[in-house]
Write a protein that binds this ligand. Structure first.
Ligand code: NAD
Length: 392
């Protein structure tokens, strides 16, 4: 059995996503499970170097996760340039989960070092910049990818399965409700639960740039290509408290409403808000209505109602509602174990890099998400439908 090390520089791992989803639940989990099986006699085993600005934070993470996975601290350094120049040996992959506005600078450095590149979304806040980065890595002949984690959520996987089974018949519409209340930090004993830059457009924040990137790859991969959209955004809450305790004015949209018309005529709507209180099955719910059946997906669970199970309500506000609408749905069973979505995508990327397996979640695919967000903002500003041109 050959154990092939895949050496990864992990940059920006002190952040929320970098620590929780990438370092903890993906790479450390992959090492703990014994690597990724490449074939009957090949295991791909990640080896990591953590990079960032704070030596102390890196040390804490390296000790905590390294000891768990390999019995000793992971390697770490604040000298990213040195790492890219080979000070810590040769690497295969550069991964970045730093802030969106820092992404381009880091990707450019990794391109110069000739590493395969994997990074968080969005790759930029403007389409032209996202396309420039995608072309930069493509022209350098480097394997590359952007996180498109929602595709591996059990909820969307089940919707894809139902679609393939023909459960829906002709799909008519899709309605997504996303969000929850993100505290401002201004109320006593109610700290904010997301980074404050999310609410400052000058720092790369904003609901459209955050979520339309996700909606683009979800729609493209699960329902079909987007033809045009109309969107509206709002900065609902004018002030929030920052990590340093100061109060700052919010400059980014914290709610966004959009209708996406697909090429085949399907209407897909997504409401996204950090200023909404949840009274639905999950933080994201997506209802798919087809001629033969409907489904409502949460992050993990999906319920379905076929044409034959559909109740026949009568509009009468003068009596209490006689139908319990929730009772007419049945659960889609969990016939397999669903692994962490970020981890699944990491495993596919490792296989792509080491074994040349097919991969479609490139920086150019990621740029399409940035494009949808930018067009959403244009639609909002100009109060009109806009078409989604092909990116090249
Ligand atoms: N895939 C998803 O579902 C998802 C969800 C949330 C965020 N994200 C994306 O992940 C990225 C990180 O978001 P987060 O929520 O973890 O933010 P965060 O603020 O918690 O983390 C940002 C990280 O970047 C580092 N950083 C900031 N400025 C830097 C600089 N000048 N030089 C070097 N490092 C710098 C910080 O130290 C920190 O490690 C963003 O691009 C965000 O859009 C993706």
């Amino acid at each position: 059995m050959e154990i092939k090390p895949i050496r990864i520089i992990m940059n920006g791992v002190t952040g929320r996503m970098g620590t929780n989803q990438h370092l903890d639940r993906s790479i450390t989990a992959i090492i703990e499970q014994g690597g990724v099986k490449g074939s009957n006699d090949l295991i791909l085993m990640p080896e990591v170097l953590l990079t960032g600005r704070s030596e102390h934070k890196l040390k804490v993470l390296a000790e905590k996760f390294g000891k768990r996975a390999i019995g000793k601290p992971y390697e770490y350094t604040t000298d990213l340039d040195g790492a890219l120049e080979g000070k810590f040996g040769k690497f295969d992959i550069f991964f970045d989960a730093s802030g969106t506005l820092q992404r381009a600078g880091f990707i450019e450095k990794a391109v110069k070092a000739g590493l395969a590149i994997y990074c968080e979304k969005p790759t930029a806040v403007e389409t032209a910049e996202a396309v420039r980065l995608a072309k930069l890595v493509d022209e350098a002949g480097l394997k590359n990818g952007v996180v498109q984690d929602k595709l591996w959520l059990p909820g969307f996987r089940k919707i894809k399965m139902l679609k393939e089974l023909g459960f829906f018949g002709n799909i008519l519409s899709v309605r997504g409700e996303f969000g929850y209340w993100v505290f401002t930090g201004l109320d006593t004993d109610q700290p904010a639960q997301r980074p404050s830059w999310n609410y400052r457009s000058e720092d790369g924040g904003g609901m459209m740039i955050d979520m339309f990137c996700h909606w683009r790859y979800v729609i493209d991969n699960v329902f079909g290509p987007v033809k045009s959209l109309v969107a509206w955004g709002a900065t609902d809450l004018p002030e929030r408290r920052s990590e340093d305790g100061s109060v700052f004015p919010c400059t980014a949209d914290d709610s966004a409403y959009a209708m996406f018309l697909l090429e085949d005529g399907t209407m897909v709507q997504f409401n996204s808000s950090w200023c909404t209180r949840v009274r639905r099955d999950d933080l994201l719910t997506v209802q798919v209505d087809g001629v033969k059946g409907s489904a409502v997906a949460g992050l993990r669970e999906v319920v379905v109602q076929s044409a034959a199970d559909t109740p026949k309500p009568v509009w009468n506000p003068d009596i209490p509602q006689p139908i319990d609408f929730y009772k007419g749905w049945s659960d889609v069973p969990n016939n397999i174990e669903y692994d962490n979505a970020f981890k699944i995508q990491w495993e596919l990327f490792l296989r792509h890099v080491a074994l040349d397996e097919p991969w479609r979640y490139s920086l150019m695919e990621g740029a399409k998400g940035v494009q949808l967000a930018e067009l959403g903002m244009q639609s909002w500003k100009e109060k009109r439908w806009v078409d989604v041109p092909e990116l090249n």
